[in-house]
Design a binder for this molecule. Structure first.
Ligand SMILES: [Mn+2]
Length: 402
């Protein structure tokens, strides 16, 4: 039995006012070809199918087109769980009709946790999946009036760990001991490498789970949320597949899916499928001359989409003239400059950060708040304020997601 683990598609992502659907369609073509060629039996998508709670209609169409083509292959089922960017009700709305097509959707953790246990059988080999989506505060913790944020965070984290414990126990009840068990998840694990494009779920490391807190009953944990592919600590079997396309200029181009194979003796092995990069996201930093020269030396190939470029000038003005020169140097290479920013000298601007050339739209809300309360000297501890802000921010984002 062969299983593919992917996550964080972020269909419909708006990137400097451009959409990523061309790249995302190419990825989905590649994915379908891999599923057909390798005779994959099950596809796991570990959350963040969509970038926003209300994705553009074109993104929804890409999603349903993909599911239709997947179903047409006739040999691959799917398990799709919700992420923090997804609206759980939005994902769950078509779940009944999709289940008839062997596409199993768990947008929100079911009220009866045993409903998150899924069983599969192929050629005499069996597999048990604990399909656990992103767990929101209210999924795992009941509000207690007057409770401090530290206590709330601690209880949220305990609630997440307890949910995994419960699902592990239910898995062992549902499946015989020698059956492979896989859990899914969409969360921050301790020690994970972040990029610029993950929306923080909990500030700091609160609410994040360490490798030893995942029940040992699970032979593999298919995670989403972090966009760089990685194992959690030394636990090779607890993994983020990473996103299939780079979602920010900060991300490496190492994009992959995990291929899991269950052998006749019920053992599970894993390997990597490298995802071809359809479009490069390039960063150039330096003087206008250095940047122009670097762009002129770009090698371009016909079989990729136009590279997108972010430029940070470390000296001189960004006059319209320089801006135009850089843009036309890029255009000569069929590349598109999405942003020209300038790194300002700290002395000129007191304590403003060197990245102050960023437009407000490029800042994450939490980073704006952190800037705002720099040097704050009130009655509440700054950390408590940040926690309150994060709590309100999450509530607003979840309201959006409803
Ligand atoms: Mn994500």
């Amino acid at each position: 039995m062969k299983i593919l683990h992917t996550a964080d598609w972020h269909l419909g992502q708006n990137f400097y006012d451009r959409d990523r659907l061309a790249e995302q369609r190419l990825f989905l073509d590649f994915l379908l070809a891999q599923i057909a060629e390798r005779h994959i039996d099950l596809l796991i998508i570990a959350g963040d199918i969509f970038d926003t709670a209300n994705p553009p209609r074109a993104a929804e169409q890409v999603y349903y087109d993909f599911l239709t083509r997947l179903y047409a292959l006739k040999h691959c089922e799917a398990v799709i769980v919700g992420g923090n960017h997804d609206s759980a009700p939005h994902l769950d709305a078509p779940r009944t009709i999709l289940s008839n097509l062997n596409i199993h959707v768990v947008g929100r953790i079911p009220d009866a946790p045993e409903d998150a246990i899924l069983r599969f059988e192929r050629n005499g080999k069996r597999l048990c999946i604990a399909a656990i989506p992103f767990l929101r505060d209210r999924d795992v913790r009941r509000a207690i009036e007057g409770e401090s944020f530290d206590a709330m965070e601690a209880r949220t984290k305990a609630g997440i760990v307890e949910t995994y414990r419960t699902l592990a126990t239910l898995s062992t009840v549902a499946a015989p001991a020698n059956e492979v068990c896989i859990a899914t998840g969409h969360l921050t694990a301790v020690g994970g490498r972040l990029s610029d494009s993950e929306r923080s779920i909990h500030i700091g490391n609160l609410g994040s789970i360490s490798a030893d807190q995942f029940p040992h009953e699970f032979d593999y944990v298919a995670l989403g949320h972090l966009h760089q592919p990685q194992a959690v600590g030394d636990s090779e079997h607890i993994r983020y597949s990473g996103s299939p396309i780079p979602l920010s200029f900060s991300e490496s181009t190492d994009k992959q899916m995990r291929l899991l194979t269950i052998a006749d003796d019920h053992s599970l092995t894993q390997s990597t499928i490298t995802i071809p990069l359809a479009r490069r996201l390039l960063r150039f930093k330096g003087s206008a001359d250095t940047v122009q020269l670097a762009i002129q030396e770009l090698s371009v190939s016909d079989d990729e989409l136009d590279p997108w470029i972010e430029v940070t000038l470390t000296e001189g003005d960004i006059s319209p003239l320089i801006n135009d020169q850089i843009r036309s140097a890029a255009a000569a290479k069929s590349a598109v400059v999405l942003k020209v920013g300038r790194q300002l000298k700290d002395v000129q601007l007191g304590n403003l950060p060197s990245e102050s050339s960023k437009a407000i739209s490029e800042w994450k809300p939490f980073a704006v708040f952190e800037k705002r309360i720099e040097g704050y000297d009130g009655d509440l501890a700054a950390d408590a304020l940040k926690q309150y802000f994060n709590h309100v921010l999450n509530a607003v984002q979840e309201d959006d997601a409803r």
